[in-house]
Design a protein around this ligand. Sequence first.
Ligand code: XMP
Length: 333
Amino acid sequence: MDNNVRPESMTRITTLAQASAFIEEQVALVRQQVGDKKVLLALSGGVDSSVVAALLIKAIGKQLVCVHVNHGLMRKGESEQVIEVFGKALDANLVYVDATDRFLNLLAGVSDPERKRKIIGAEFIKVFDEEAAKLDGISFLAQGTIYPDILESIKAKESGKPVKSHHNVGGLPEDMAMELVEPVKLLYKDEVRIVGEALGLPHGMVYRQPFPGPGLGVRCLGAITRDRLHALREADAILREEFDNSGLAGKVWQYFIAVPDLKSVGVKDGLRYEGWPAIIRAVNTTDAMTATIEEIPYSLLHHITNRITHEVEGINRVLLDLTPKPIGTIEWE
Ligand code: XMP
């Protein structure tokens, strides 16, 4: 039997009790597969890799080594949360690598979206490989592969024409001579989230909206500069906070800010004030292949605009993107 095919008899996990049973089953399987050997995991802090990390910590404790590469393109507070949850609360064997300068130096002056994506993907693999080489006696590589990833890679192989070169922070080269541990590879996303809840991961981590592998790199449009990236991160944090407070967070599939490499003239305290616009994008979708625009109440938009323009240095306008997919893609790059 192909172990990359979900058996028809496999029941969909919808309850915490089912998730707990799944966890017990996987804990036993992982212990059997791994024995007393060490396992390496690229922990991005996204739902899938976080759930795999928590599951493996339960199964094999310190035999799991988690490597978190901060590429400097994370959203506000994300790397800190990885350190808090895995390094502290779960007492994991966590290697934290701040590679911000490496990534931003390589990206300096690069404005072509595909080149940016390629640089980020390739550098990620390089940094991760370097860290892996420093570790002794690693026999297995764990990955947060989920069932849609398997289905999508089959589809992509068949059609051979992706719109963008997608990069997953867990997507590592095939020539890494390590056996894979992929405990959630037959689960759909909603099931992974329930398993994450059953493992006791924080709600914000388990229900985190999707975030592209190249991170804020594809939302800081054109050539990335540190000041514009900083403004984007702060504006995005305000948007997320306001969506959380207003209850929109659970209803909108993906929402974020993009900041183009473009300045307009504004006025602040009676003086000319040039700044970038912050573009709000909030979409709903079921499969990310098409997307519709989510309505945001005007009162909330005014409030967000007011906060961003007053609190974020360098932003002097707030715009709303009303474009469905197609014609726009969800991300701007
Ligand atoms: P697009 O922009 O292609 O995005 O309409 C569809 C969904 O995919 C996410 N996205 C990515 N996810 N690696 C990922 O893991 C990537 O390189 C990547 N690029 C886009 C995007 O955020 C949206 O949810």
